[in-house]
Design a protein around this ligand. Structure first.
Ligand code: NAD
Ligand code: 6OH
Length: 508
């Protein structure tokens, strides 16, 4: 298990320590049936800020995944299965309390795994994790049931009403960019509906899912209700979980290609899936926008979390009348970002998650050159002159001048980068924004209220922001169209996915 107190008390050491081969900083184990368990194989957890190994992580074997699934199934028949909604909701509030009690510990674990700035983890990731438990605890208590009165053929009446039951054992597979936020976004509603879960966090970010197990214990969540199995996708825990006959549903956030592989894996056992996948999101800036607000908003939308948020804008369309002023202003914002150590309060640009992901992002920087882009700023790596040069930082980058058909405009890069293109009419802007196989999110910047509504309704995505970005009300539907996903989560949408509805029809 993770020694939470040690993480909290040794943040600087955790981030800067060089670990000689074989010398372990900490071990992160699987959590199965209420116990932390080791296994035969381990893999390294690397700190993206300086490339050091910060932990050895147990990779769950197939038999350990089986044990986790069986523990979850067994837990459904025990105390957890008998709890009423009120008590279940109370325990979820206690999970939120336990997260808040260990706030610094979660923040340190998250930034050690991801390299993200402390300001971001403390403002976004960890508070949202607690909020996820509170919101779904309250939602499930407030959830009503559908009922219809039906006239029968002989003129009598029947009453229909639906009751909500858990799906059973839910496999939760999550990515590395917002590890705790995205995990709890799915675990909280799954538990609120009375399910038991087997969670497989990303192999890049195993820490906070494991720490969450301690919060579950504190909160009195019975053993077997929350299990964590660490490992990879194909040929490892991800695959073992998705093809498991006794897993009743799979909820997944990650790349669209991985979603396709999971669909194949679940097909033989016909599991319901909920998928939040990739994006190539557009932002449209009209000349009647509040210019300063739009520049700040787009700077966040492009560079937050080093561009590693599925909702980030990699395609920015700007009214030609303000195009060059906007490009200059965003360039200034990019050049004023402060790439630093995650624990420095002034840092607002962290590294990418891994050496491999850095290679991918840099290959797109190279491709942009080959595709004829004009480089506005960035396009390379920083030279810090200290251990950060062993980390995975890249420069925030802006391009102009690419054709809309260019691969850099079509494919998700998932880094601190955008392409800015001019438009001459509202129709053209809408057409360019919609010219993608993805459909996750968009933002529109205008002070014309009618235009804001009109354009928002024409964009083929799951969420469109007007004069804001990443503002989330957790009761609203969240998900994507096209390659960006299947289904919606949030509020009642989550409760409906994580429940089996049984309609009862009673002749009166
Ligand atoms: P990924 O798809 O590579 O991995 C996500 C998870 O799936 C990891 O836990 C991984 O181990 C697991 N996995 C990989 N292959 C698998 C397989 N064959 N079977 C089962 N599990 C498998 O994604 P990532 O690189 O971790 O995250 C970045 C991607 O996630 C980006 O495309 C981003 O847009 C997307 N994302 C989407 C949302 C959203 O809400 N739409 C949110 C965050 C991230
Ligand atoms: C993707 O990287 C971000 C997804 C955000 C959410 O799922 C959320 O609930 O805010």
């Amino acid at each position: 298990m993770i020694d939470g107190a040690r993480i909290a008390s040794l943040p600087a050491a955790l981030l800067r320590l060089r670990v000689p081969a074989g010398d372990l900083v900490k071990r992160i184990q699987n959590y199965i049936d209420g116990r932390f368990v080791a296994g035969d194989r381990e893999f390294a957890d690397v700190n993206p800020a300086d490339g050091t190994v910060i932990a050895q992580v147990t990779e769950a074997s197939e038999s350990q995944v089986n044990e986790a699934v069986h523990a979850a199934r067994y837990a459904l028949r025990g105390e957890w299965g008998r709890l009423g909604v009120r008590e279940r909701a109370a325990r979820l509030h206690r999970v939120a309390d336990a997260i808040e009690k260990r706030f610094d510990c979660f923040v340190q674990a998250e930034i050690a795994d991801t390299g993200k700035p402390i300001s971001l983890a403390a403002k976004l990731d960890v508070p949202r994790a607690a909020a996820n438990f509170r919101v779904f605890a309250d939602s499930v208590k407030m959830a009503g049931l559908e009922s219809f009165q039906t006239e029968t053929l002989d003129g009598a009446n029947a009453l229909n009403y639906a009751v909500r039951k858990p799906l059973g054992v839910v496999g939760v597979i999550t990515p590395w960019n917002l590890p705790l936020l995205l995990l709890t976004w799915k675990v909280a509603p799954a538990l609120a509906c009375g399910n038991a879960v087997v969670a497989k966090p990303s192999e890049e970010t195993p820490a906070t899912a494991t720490l969450l197990a301690e919060a579950m214990q504190d909160a009195g969540i019975p053993k077997g209700v929350y299990n964590v199995v660490h490992g990879f996708g194909p040929g490892s825990t991800g695959e073992f979980l998705t093809r498991h006959i006794d897993v009743d549903a799979v909820t997944f956030t990650g790349e669209s290609g991985t979603g396709a592989a999971i669909m194949k894996a679940v097909a033989p056992t016909v599991k319901p899936v909920s998928f939040e996948l990739g994006g190539k999101n557009a932002a449209i800036i009209f000349s009647d926008c509040d210019f300063a607000e739009a520049v700040s908003g787009i700077s966040e939308a492009v560079f937050l979390n080093t561009g590693q948020v599925c909702l980030c804008s990699e395609r920015v369309y700007v009214d030609r009348k303000i195009f060059s002023a906007f490009v200059d202003a965003l360039k200034k914002k990019a050049e004023n970002l402060n790439p630093g150590w995650p624990n420095d309060a002034n840092t607002n640009l962290g590294p990418l998650i891994s050496a491999q992901h850095r290679e991918k992002v840099l290959s797109y920087y190279q491709l942009a050159r080959e595709e004829g882009a004009t480089l506005v700023t960035g396009g390379g790596v920083f030279k810090f002159g200290d251990n950060r040069d062993n980390g995975f930082y890249v420069q925030p980058t802006i391009y102009t001048g690419l054709a809309e058909s260019a691969r850099c405009v079509k494919e998700e890069i998932f880094g601190p980068v955008c392409h800015i293109a001019p438009f001459d009419s509202e129709e053209e802007a809408v057409a360019m924004a919609n010219d993608t196989k993805y459909g996750l999110a968009a933002s529109i910047w205008t002070t014309n209220l009618k235009r804001g509504h009109r354009v928002a309704q024409q964009i083929n995505v799951g969420i469109t922001w007007v004069n804001c970005w990443f503002l989330r009300d957790l009761r609203t539907p969240f998900g994507g169209a096209g390659l960006s996903g299947i289904g919606r989560e949030g509020g009642m949408h989550s409760l409906n996915f994580y429940s089996e509805l049984n309609n009862i029809c009673v002749r009166l």
